[in-house]
Design a protein around this ligand. Sequence first.
Ligand SMILES: C[S@@+](CC[C@H](N)C(=O)[O-])C[C@H]1O[C@@H](n2cnc3c(N)ncnc32)[C@H](O)[C@@H]1O
Length: 248
Amino acid sequence: MSSARLYDSIGTTYTVTRRTEPRIAARIWAALGDARSILNVGAGTGSYEPPDRDVLAVEPSEVMRSQRPAGAAPCVAAVAENLPFADESFDAAMAVASVHHWQDPIAGLREMRRVARRVVVFTHDSSAAGWRLRFWLTRDYLPEVANLMDGRPSLTELASAIGARTEPVLIPWDCADGFFEAYWRRPEAYLDESVRRGVSVWARVGPDAEQRAVRSLSDDLASGRWAERNRDLFDLDAAELGLRLLIA
Ligand SMILES: C[S@@+](CC[C@H](N)C(=O)[O-])C[C@H]1O[C@@H](n2cnc3c(N)ncnc32)[C@H](O)[C@@H]1O
């Protein structure tokens, strides 16, 4: 299934749990520098679009486009791999939590580089050694996530395709945007169906793996086993879970 079709089927409740996390937005907006005209690629419902700049959004999913709030930046139906804009049309292009969905991420990043003088991407480094073990949810409950990354380019390959530098982004314990890793210190949240429906990973691993993971997490929370295994997280206010900014 193409990613636009995936979001047409799973995106209907996206805004229940997904919204701009101000501390991550501050990092993205700082990386945009003094850019005035911004292209937001894989823009979804409009999270992270800077309110004080001239933004144009690109989003292939009709369901996602239809949930953009009144007054949001205008949005074009297109994909990253084939941006319908002339070279250097924008001061900057940004993409947030989207690159891992693109059919050809390297082509999409090169397109962003072509149409904009600056590129800022928020994504995760899923190829780093030990990544799967870093987050308890994938390590102990949902190892199937690793299969979703098979054949995908590494962060190093993505960065070198556009000559980007990378910066780590720590996830605050009370992250407002409910992406996959957001609830690392609030494990009960993953038992909530509406939290899971806001994250494509759960749809992609399938209902059997999802139900098994939820049952097993629920048991471990009730027995105290989760707390025992993860007590080192209790004192952390932010966690390094492989989230990165690419800046070119
Ligand atoms: C997890 S959502 C992120 C949306 C938004 N950027 C945010 O931060 O909430 C991923 C988005 O990427 C879009 N997408 C999937 N494939 C794409 C492609 N090839 N080009 C551009 N966007 C794509 C999806 O339709 C979806 O809206």
